[in-house]
Write a protein that binds this ligand. Structure first.
Ligand code: DSN
Length: 414
């Protein structure tokens, strides 16, 4: 029975969402378009199976083939990232990070992470997040002028507070992260080094960003951003931490792994091992640099004045348009970005002074520098003509023409 017949309401909303993805310019840097092979693995009967435990040691019968799938996913991840041990079961990035903390820390212990307003993540110690409520998080940030991570500050804070873990990694930092430097600081104060590479995992595999391997002690990543897999996560670590990490994931924090997700991650990792993936991630960076240049040429300010990776943070302060207003106006013409705090933002997280853009999804669609140049112009036109219906209508038409030339899931039927 087809989805359309069984549940026409969900089928209708799903079709509308597919159309939105097809007809829009997806510039949210944490999003991407998975292959049809990944979709196939995700929407498979693997979702029916319980398999608490790990390959060869399960608490349910009938796991012969699940073991094959999970072992393949683990082997592929180890090889691609040059990691000694991989746990592929975390449900997503936030649980993965908490699982690392609960492996090594007691409530109240001190840990260091990057401030959310400076580009970090909620789970890196924001007070509204469980991480910030349970542990004593010391937060570092970026330099006020350069917008680059202030490694001197990181070292000073580490020496002063003696954290048990120092986290590197960010969700809104457009520059190279010096993982080796973080590890060296951690070693100096006897802390573990942890890197959250969720945004740049694909760039690391394709050598478009330096790797935290093999020196970083523990690495977490989601699997659905530049890695271009399903929504999920992994923890990768040195062999000596394997047992404690595995025990914290299951039975410590989670129940049965999502086997359909594990299979889809395995497929994405196979795709990421091909030479074409390397070409893809280098194109992501070329596209981001071109888009950054175009935004600047069209009168917009960028945090750190550009990008080294897949993302761009636009500082809207001089435009008198807020991040919320810009996100909404761009959405109306089919351009998807997200409002974001900028370092030292005078505004609030719900209506901040920035927008965050990235090129992974449009690069998957095949767009290159020429299209990025145009998209930079379109974004600036919208921001500087936010109340001009005629301009917005024209931009909307250009977006439709552009997306038509780069079909998405042309054979997909629901
Ligand atoms: N929510 C993700 C992002 O958009 O960057 C981070 O987990």
């Amino acid at each position: 029975m087809s989805l359309k017949k069984t549940d026409p309401q969900i089928a209708k909303s799903l079709q509308k969402e597919i159309n939105r993805q097809r007809q829009g310019l997806e510039l949210i840097p944490s999003e991407n378009f998975v292959s049809e092979a990944v979709l196939k693995a995700l929407g498979s009967p693997l979702t029916n199976k319980y398999s608490e435990g790990y390959p060869g040691k399960r608490y349910y019968g009938g796991n012969q083939f699940i073991d094959e799938i999970e072992s393949l996913a683990i082997d592929r991840a180890k090889k691609l990232f040059n990691a000694q041990h991989v746990n592929i079961q975390p449900y997503s990035g936030s649980p993965a990070n908490l699982e690392v903390y609960f492996s090594f820390l007691e409530p109240g212990d001190t840990i260091m992470g990057m401030n959310l307003a400076h580009g970090g993540h909620l789970t890196h110690g924001h007070p509204v997040n469980l991480s910030g409520k349970i542990f004593n998080f010391i937060q570092y940030g970026v330099d006020k002028k350069t917008h680059l991570i202030d490694y001197d500050q990181v070292e000073k804070l580490a020496k002063k507070y003696k954290p048990k873990i120092i986290i590197s990694g960010a969700t809104a930092y457009p520059r190279i992260i010096k993982f080796k430097k973080f590890h060296e600081i951690a070693q100096k104060v006897g802390a573990l080094s942890m890197a959250d590479i969720a945004h740049i995992a694909g760039l690391i595999i394709g050598k478009a960003h330096p790797s935290p391997f093999p020196f970083t002690d523990i690495v977490t990543t989601t699997t659905h951003k530049t890695l271009r897999g399903p929504r999920g996560a992994m923890i990768l670590c040195k062999e000596k931490y394997a047992q404690i990490i595995d025990k914290t994931v299951f039975p410590g924090m989670q129940g049965g792994p999502h086997n359909h997700t594990t299979a889809a991650i395995a497929v994405a990792l196979k795709e990421a091992s091909k030479p074409s993936f390397k070409t893809y991630v280098h194109q992501i960076v070329k596209n981001a640099k071109t888009l950054a240049q175009s935004l600047k040429q069209n009168g917009l300010d960028l945090i750190s004045n550009g990008t080294d990776n897949h993302l761009i943070l636009v500082d809207l302060i001089k435009t008198n348009v807020t991040g919320k207003q810009a996100e909404k106006a761009l959405e109306q013409v089919g351009i998807y970005v997200n409002k974001n705090m900028i370092p030292y933002d005078p505004r609030t997280p719900f209506n901040p002074s920035g927008i965050r853009l990235g090129t992974p999804a449009l690069t998957t669609r095949g767009m290159k520098e020429k299209q990025m140049k145009l998209i930079g112009q379109l974004i600036a036109q919208v921001i500087y003509n936010i109340d001009n219906k005629q301009v917005l209508k024209k931009v909307s038409q250009t977006v439709k023409q552009l997306t038509k030339a780069y079909p998405l899931y042309p054979n997909l039927k629901i």
